[in-house]
Design a protein around this ligand. Structure first.
Ligand code: SF4
Length: 358
């Protein structure tokens, strides 16, 4: 059915630029290589219980070195799972990070394991709004089994998913086993990937890692995030995420603070994009905001070109419309003009970027 709905989802399979920048993703999607979480399940860890956080991180560093060596030669037919594994170690660390939560750079330090909640308002377990095969994502992702979870670390005035991100919905708390069963079923029915999104996926790292530990099928993991996760989280994502689908929203901290209420935006997001490129494949989404072409878009694309390379695949998104509290800012009360769309593409090309989706 997806071949009919999105013919470009077939065409992209022959797109050399897409394949060059997302080569790992395509290999897993086509079952030529195991997903990273499957490799993490083969790395044996001698002992986890009873270790303190510092000892767990030390062990993680050592086991990640082993992961990188094994991943190079890993083949789907020769995987032997271990217990406890590197993935179990990641779960243990994520649980400890939630006891004084530092999963994102808000660093709320609330004990979510004891029921406290921070800025994202997320509790201990995944709360799901909906999950289904999404046909509106980038061609290479479609059909994308997308799990929308509640809550977000951002409060973007123009949020187009505000009923999810700001908990206007109730959602359903779901066990990792139930989510994994749905993902396995979707993969067997032809989904190309598991798309972890929200809101934002970052606050649910502990649950997501447990989902990955329950999956039976080989499926690429897409981490569809606002890229404001903590450095500690970036270390845990390395070894389980195949494709980082990261937003790059603002080119300066003033716009980030005024529109999304976020401090230290640029330093955190740049750090996470650099780490993502090192840890897996990277596809960057830039939602072009009206009147933010020179304060935001230009510095973003110039930084990407210079630091991540001119062949970095970016999705220049023109679908902005005023939603939620966008009326609070004059420039956000309208859609992009035709001139702004053309100009944004010109800015991205002039920055040297050569792998642009529009
Ligand atoms: S994930 Fe939520 S609770 Fe944890 S630091 Fe971020 S906003 Fe705070």
């Amino acid at each position: 059915m997806w071949k009919v709905i999105r013919p470009d989802a077939v065409k992209v399979l022959y797109d050399t630029k897409a394949r060059a920048s997302l080569s790992h993703y395509f290999s897993v999607m086509e079952n030529k290589k195991p997903a990273k979480f499957m490799v993490s399940r083969t790395i044996e860890v001698e002992k986890i219980k009873g270790l303190n956080l510092e000892e767990l991180w030390k062990l993680h560093e050592e086991k990640m070195r082993e992961f990188k060596e094994v991943e190079e030669i890993a083949s789907l037919t020769k995987l032997k799972e271990r217990s406890p594994s590197l993935l179990d170690l990641k779960i243990e660390i994520a649980e400890k990070l939630m006891e004084s939560c530092i999963l994102c750079e808000h660093r709320c330090r609330v004990n979510r394991m004891a029921g406290q909640r921070g800025i994202c308002k997320a509790g201990k377990e995944l709360v799901v709004s909906s999950m289904f095969d999404h046909y509106g994502e980038e061609a290479e992702l479609v059909p994308s089994f997308t799990v929308f979870t509640l809550g977000c670390s951002f409060k973007c005035l123009h949020c187009q998913n505000y009923s999810i991100s700001q908990w206007l919905e109730k959602g359903e708390e779901m066990s990792p086993e139930k989510v994994a069963d749905n993902v396995d079923q979707a993969r067997r029915n032809g989904s190309r990937n598991l798309n972890c999104v929200g809101g934002n996926p970052d606050q649910y790292l502990y649950s997501w890692l447990r989902v990955f530990s329950k999956l039976k099928e080989n499926i690429p993991v897409v981490w569809n995030s606002n890229a404001y996760y903590s450095y500690e989280q970036s270390l845990l994502l390395d070894g389980v995420v195949d494709l980082y689908l990261l937003d790059f929203k603002y080119g300066n901290d003033k716009c980030a603070y005024e529109i999304s209420g976020i401090k230290n935006y640029t330093i955190v997001v740049k750090r996470n994009h650099l780490k993502a490129k090192e840890s897996g494949d990277l596809l960057i989404r830039i939602l072009v905001l009206p009147s933010h072409l020179y304060c935001c878009l230009k510095p973003i694309v110039e930084w990407i070109s210079e630091n991540l390379g001119e062949n970095t695949r970016i999705n220049l998104m023109w679908q902005y419309y005023p939603a939620w509290r966008a009326w609070e800012r004059e420039e956000l009360r309208r859609r992009l003009t035709q001139e702004e769309m053309k100009e944004s593409l010109k800015i991205a090309k002039e920055a040297g970027l050569k792998n642009i989706i529009t």
